[in-house]
Design a protein around this ligand. Sequence first.
Ligand code: BEZ
Length: 211
Amino acid sequence: MALRLGDIAPDFTAETTAGTINFHEWLGNSWGMIFSHPADFTPVCTTELGRTAQLKDEFAKRGVKVIAVSVDPLDSHTEWVKDINETQNTTVDFPMIADKDRQVAELYDMIHPNASEKATVRSVFIIGPDKKIKLTLTYPASTGRNFTEILRVIDSLQLTANYQVATPADWTEGQDVIVVPAVSTEDAIKKFPKGVTIVKPYLRTTPQPNK
Ligand code: BEZ
């Protein structure tokens, strides 16, 4: 069955380029991103994994552990990482799961048979410290993901988790945010000392609280 927001991210133990990993243990109390790619030694995947490696500090700053998955074997991942490092001018040091028996792909419904019988699509799952799924994204093999958008969503998710605010359309870091409907205007005024603008009783904005 498809995984939904709020579900516990399925646990597993798998071989990776960083040794055997038990997923929940490896996550610990961190946020996590597990993302799949169709196959090793393919062009779009090479740029995506390289981009993820280049953004290492951005993921670390947000306390997000990153792990990649495809149904290729470990020796293939290891060889391919050399190409990624060389061509994308980076160092991949996040683990890549060698999911040759499709254990993880099936747990996370990453194989969409009408797209490909064998390969994983480009799935992204962002997981909170409570191990619950906070975001899912599914892209076709031919479209490389926008990792700036993935970081933006993580920022939004973390603002909601920490401050009870939501983010408006096209929000980017530093712009005003929205007080969630569960917080009364009276409480919002106490909670957000930078001020609350009441555009409508249901649309209240405040400066980004952690800026
Ligand atoms: C790629 O990663 O470049 C790719 C993989 C499968 C289909 C199309 C592109």
